[in-house]
Structures are given as C-alpha cells and as structure tokens.
Write a protein that binds this ligand. Structure first.
Ligand SMILES: *[C@@H]1O[C@H](CO)[C@@H](O)[C@H](O)[C@H]1NC(C)=O
Ligand SMILES: *[C@@H]1O[C@H](CO)[C@@H](O)[C@H](O)[C@H]1NC(C)=O
Ligand SMILES: *[C@@H]1O[C@H](CO)[C@@H](O)[C@H](O)[C@H]1NC(C)=O
Ligand SMILES: *[C@@H]1O[C@H](CO)[C@@H](O)[C@H](O)[C@H]1NC(C)=O
Ligand SMILES: *[C@@H]1O[C@H](CO)[C@@H](O)[C@H](O)[C@H]1NC(C)=O
Ligand SMILES: *[C@@H]1O[C@H](CO)[C@@H](O)[C@H](O)[C@H]1NC(C)=O
Ligand SMILES: *[C@@H]1O[C@H](CO)[C@@H](O)[C@H](O)[C@H]1NC(C)=O
Ligand SMILES: *[C@@H]1O[C@H](CO)[C@@H](O)[C@H](O)[C@H]1NC(C)=O
Ligand SMILES: *[C@@H]1O[C@H](CO)[C@@H](O)[C@H](O)[C@H]1NC(C)=O
Ligand SMILES: *[C@@H]1O[C@H](CO)[C@@H](O)[C@H](O)[C@H]1NC(C)=O
Length: 487
C-alpha cells in the first residue's frame, strides 16, 4: 500500500531564508508564513532564498527511508487504512538485528542520510517509549505497544540505528506518523469511536495529541540533531502549534518533509516538498522553489526543494515483502537520472527483513547502483574551463573526446537564478554552426538548481563545450562536467 496515499495537504508553502542556524518560522498577522526572497536586478521578479540547511540537504543528493517495525511481519504493507488491525507485539522478533549492516548498505549506495520509521500506522514503536496514557476512565497506563513488550525487549532499534549512523558518519532522521495510530484507534488524526478492537486503548482526542507530543519529545531530545523530520500525510490543525514549538525548541536545523500547508502555514523554516509521485521520477523541469507537490515554480518566493521517495522493491512495496522482487539495475539508474538528475533529492526505501537484516539481494542491488553512480560520475573527463562575466561557461579538450552526458550544477546560495540553458559543442570533424560560431546545440533545458543531468542519445566526439543560459541574475555555475559512461 502506498505510503503517501494520505499526503493530501502535503504541499509546501514556506521557506524563510534566515541564515542563522536557529530557524524560526515568521508569520504575518493572518498567521501565514512570510517567505524570504530578493528582487531580481534584471527583471524585478522574486528570487526565493534558501536556508543553509536546505542547501546542505540538497547536497546530500541521496538518502534512504527505512521501513522496519511490526508491519515487517505482516503480509500487507503496513496497517494503513485497516483500523481494526492491531498486530500482536510478539510478532516483532528480529533475531539478527544489526543496524551496522544497514548503514554499510546505505553507504555502499552512496546515500548521505537515513530517515528511520520510528512509528508507522499500526502504532508500534521500535524504541521503548516511556510515555503514559490517560484513558477515558482516568486511569494512567503505559504506552505498552513497543519493542519493550516484544520478544526482543531490552533492545532499542532507534538508539541502535542512531549509533550506527553516527559511526558511519551519515545523517539520521525520523519518520513518525501523526495521523494514524491503530493502537490508539486514531484514523486521519481523530480518535474514532465507531469501531473497537481488543487491545486498543480508549482515549480522547486531546490525550492523543499529548501522546504525540510526548513521543516526539522522546525522539527529538534523545538522539542528537536530526537531518530530516518526515511527516507522512501532514498533521492536524490542533497539533500544529505545539509541533512547531517542539521543532523550534529542539530540532530547528532539521529539514521537514511535508511540513507546510497550501494556504501558507508552515511548521518549519526548512521545509522540503514532496514531488507528488512515488515512482522515482521528478519532472524534467523541477525547481527548488514552489509550494505544490510537483515540479514547483520559478516565480514562487518560497524556497522549498523537492524530495523523491521511491522503493527498491517492485509494486510500491515499502516494508519487506516475502519473495518481493526488486527493480532492475537499469530501472534504478533511470530513477537516479530522473531524481538526482532532475534537481530532486532521491530518498530510496530500505526494507530490513524479519531477521533484522537487509537481505543479500537488496544489499547487492544498492551496491550495484552506488557503484554505477561512482564510476559514471565520480571522475569527470578532464578539461580546462573558463567562465565569462555573463555566466557563459566553456571548456576545451586538447584532443577530440567522446562524451555521452552533461552534469550541470548551479550555485543557489542567493537563490536559483538560471531560467534556461543551452549546451553547445564543437563536434570533431563537423562544420555545423550556431549563428556565427562553429557549435552545435547538444542539449538544453530549463531548471538546473542543485543538479541537472542530460543524457545524450549517442556518444559524440567533441573538442569544445559551451554552456549559455537565460537568467534573472548573473548565474554562478557551481560546476559543469561531461562524462562518458556507456562505452
Ligand atoms: C545541534 O544543532 C544546534 C543548533 O543548530 C547546535 O547549536 C549544536 O551544536 C548541534 N549539536 C551537535 C551535537 O551537532
Ligand atoms: C490553513 O489551512 C488549515 C487546513 O485547512 C487550517 O486549519 C488553518 O486554519 C489555515 N490557516 C490559515 C492561517 O489560514
Ligand atoms: C499475543 O501473543 C502472545 C504470544 O503468542 C499471546 O500470549 C498473547 O495472548 C497475544 N496477545 C493478544 C492480545 O492476542
Ligand atoms: C470509551 O470511553 C467512553 C467514556 O468513558 C465510553 O463512553 C465508551 O463506551 C468507551 N468505549 C469503549 C469501547 O470502551
Ligand atoms: C475523569 O476526570 C474528568 C476530569 O477530572 C471528569 O470530568 C470525569 O468524570 C472523570 N471520568 C471518570 C470515568 O471518572
Ligand atoms: C498494557 O497495559 C494494559 C493496561 O495496563 C494491560 O491491560 C495490558 O495487558 C498491557 N499489555 C502488555 C502487552 O503489557
Ligand atoms: C475526535 O474528534 C473527531 C472530530 O471532531 C470526532 O469525530 C471524534 O468523535 C472525536 N473522538 C473522541 C474520542 O471524542
Ligand atoms: C516464497 O517463495 C517460496 C519459494 O518459491 C515459496 O515456497 C513460498 O510459499 C513463498 N512465500 C510467499 C509468502 O509468497
Ligand atoms: C531546446 O531546443 C529546442 C530546439 O531548438 C527547442 O525547440 C526547445 O524549445 C528548447 N528547449 C528549451 C527548454 O529551451
Ligand atoms: C548566449 O545567450 C545570450 C543571451 O541570451 C546571447 O546573446 C548569446 O548570443 C548566446 N551565445 C551563444 C553562443 O549562443
């Protein structure tokens, strides 16, 4: 089942380009978030400004999202939309649990951060939450649907994951679903009263919001600084103010996925947006600014870069599926080119199996993909480069050189300013010209942003490459490189 089936109001409406590390959301009198932007010296348009956290996050290029909790032991892909499903905690029995093995796998892919599902929609927590619940009979009982009540009591997946991530020098973040909790009979943010299942706890809506805050406090205060906070399907209006406070107090440097609503209310100064699909393909034209769950909008005053979450398993399967096949290496290369290569951070699913390990076929596929990326993009073909004051970027090879792709990166420190670009090359042996220059247009496009990768249909032999652009301020190319990967 689709993890983001419910991400209905997960549009992003705010970035507030403060440059200090303590990011606070600024609001106008109506309560709407105030974006930070500057005015184009060329055409007067608005140029959205990023926070340094958003830029650092885009630099990661690849992260993973780890689905591992009691749903790992179900045949269905989570408790989503099955309100009376309350899996027995005795199912959770990862006898070989080894989060170092997860991190080794993540590193072999080349991912720079990992976001762990700490609680999904069943309500089970993979850390021994010590939160208590006030029932409607005014009894105080423990939140006892956790790893501490499972066969592996004494272990703490969250803590162990964070330690492994720290050791492996990758960032860590948490996913905690705010809108669903079968243990507490919560669906779409509300405690429902129409149906009950044995084991569910009878609470009020305000108690639910308190439990959420208490558990987020546990997660956000005991595990250092988070790279990313993931809200799947958003949050309710009654949760919003408290959660925003909690973020500002404890995790102001984290980027927040789905942290904003369409009308301009946002709970973080570092929002990132969902690209709108889970198949691992951003539109070719994907801007770092914009508020909607799509390719974004170059005119938007809100810097709010996109994240592309997708699975390695086939069939949109997020939790480990017995006998679930994997997407091929060729398909995953395509995913890489259509996410990272389209200015979208790729967040690839990682699904440890019931023993607590990443299965060997998955380990192999992540590594194959990581190896491909390294070998194809790790060493650009050598060249000498010049850049003129109009942002034209050019370089020459000493002898004709075969290339089959181009990687463009824009310096977005002062916002994304390139609006379109053209890549020209002097093709060896060709008399073709463009205007009065002996160049051929070999690729072109609109948004560059953090990264744009253009694949050529066939390898061509070139002696010179020139990149030209249209822009709302003189562009600072971060890099332009050419590569030959498919010999
Ligand atoms: C965590 O982030 C805060 C605020 O950005 C910073 O002051 C602190 O040094 C960071 N702590 C660690 C351990 O990096
Ligand atoms: C924004 O929309 C949400 C959800 O529809 C609503 O609860 C909230 O009151 C709105 N906020 C403002 C400031 O309009
Ligand atoms: C959960 O499973 C255990 C072990 O099989 C069993 O003793 C217990 O009764 C089950 N709990 C519920 C609520 O079914
Ligand atoms: C939940 O508590 C309320 C208030 O005490 C009560 O009216 C209701 O019957 C309870 N529901 C269940 C399923 O126990
Ligand atoms: C629980 O406490 C509330 C507030 O103190 C009170 O109004 C309510 O009657 C109590 N409920 C029960 C079942 O004792
Ligand atoms: C959880 O706590 C409730 C209330 O104290 C108790 O009835 C139930 O048996 C406990 N379940 C487990 C698995 O400890
Ligand atoms: C929680 O709020 C929803 C929406 O207002 C309501 O339908 C539901 O009955 C409430 N739940 C409880 C337990 O009061
Ligand atoms: C998985 O595949 C094995 C071998 O083909 C088969 O025996 C088993 O029934 C399958 N399990 C599931 C859940 O499909
Ligand atoms: C790319 O070039 C083609 C051919 O000149 C042109 O039709 C197309 O509009 C250009 N696209 C962009 C985004 O500039
Ligand atoms: C580069 O773009 C500028 C402005 O659009 C244009 O004047 C110039 O002719 C272009 N250069 C080439 C080589 O296309």
């Amino acid at each position: 089942m689709n993890l983001l089936l419910y991400a209905l109001f997960g549009t992003c409406t705010g970035a507030y380009g403060l440059t200090t590390s303590s990011q606070l959301v600024k609001r106008d009198d109506a309560g709407l978030s105030i974006p930070k932007y500057r005015i184009s010296p060329i055409d007067g348009s608005k140029i959205a400004l990023p926070t340094k956290e958003q830029l650092a996050w885009q630099d990661n290029e690849i992260g993973v999202i780890i689905h591992f909790e009691i749903a790992t032991y179900l045949s269905v892909d989570g408790c989503n939309n099955i309100p009376n499903l309350l899996p027995n905690q005795s199912l959770f029995d990862p006898t070989l649990l080894n989060t170092d093995q997860w991190v080794d796998t993540i590193k072999s892919l080349g991912a720079k951060y990992a976001t762990l599902v700490a609680k999904h929609n069943c309500g089970f927590t993979t850390w021994p939450s010590e939160v208590t619940i006030e029932t409607r009979d005014n009894e105080t009982i423990p939140y006892n649907y956790t790893i501490a009540q499972s066969p592996v009591h004494g272990k703490d997946v969250v803590k162990s994951f964070v330690e492994s991530a720290d050791k492996g020098n990758i960032g860590h973040g948490f996913y905690y679903s705010l809108m669903w909790n079968n243990f507490l009979n919560v669906q779409s943010g509300d405690v429902i009263t129409s149906s009950w299942t044995p084991g569910q706890v009878n609470i009020t809506n305000s108690t639910y919001n308190q439990v959420v805050l208490d558990q987020l406090t546990e997660l956000w205060t005991q595990h250092g600084n988070l790279t990313e906070i993931w809200f799947d399907g958003g949050y309710t209006e009654s949760q919003q103010a408290n959660i925003q406070n909690l973020i500002e107090t404890h995790q102001s440097g984290a980027v927040v996925f789905n942290g904003c609503q369409t009308n301009g209310t946002c709970i973080s100064a570092n929002p990132v947006r969902w690209i709108g699909t889970e198949d691992g393909a951003a539109p070719e034209e994907t801007w770092s600014s914009g508020v909607t769950n799509d390719g974004g909008d170059p005119q938007s005053p809100f810097f709010c870069p996109a994240e592309c979450d997708t699975t390695l398993q086939t069939g949109d399967r997020w939790f480990y599926g017995v006998n679930q096949t994997l997407r091929s290496l060729e398909e995953m290369k395509d995913v890489y080119h259509k996410t990272v290569g389209h200015n979208c951070v790729l967040e690839l699913d990682l699904a440890p199996d019931r023993s607590g390990l990443i299965p060997s076929n998955q380990v192999a596929r992540y590594k194959e993909l990581g190896d491909f990326i390294k070998s194809c993009y790790g060493n650009p073909l050598a060249h000498e480069m010049t850049r003129n004051d109009k942002g034209v970027y050019s370089f020459s090879f000493k002898k004709p050189t075969s290339i089959d792709r181009i990687v463009l990166m824009e310096d977005q420190t002062n916002g994304q300013v390139i609006r379109s670009y053209q890549v020209f090359a002097k093709i060896a042996g060709s008399q073709a010209s463009h205007g009065d220059v002996p160049y051929t247009l070999i690729s072109n496009g609109t948004s560059v942003g953090h990264k744009k990768i253009d694949l050529l249909e066939n390898a061509i032999s070139v002696t010179d490459v020139l990149v030209n652009s249209t822009y709302v301020d003189t562009p600072k190319w971060r890099s332009v490189s050419v590569h030959l990967c498919d010999q």
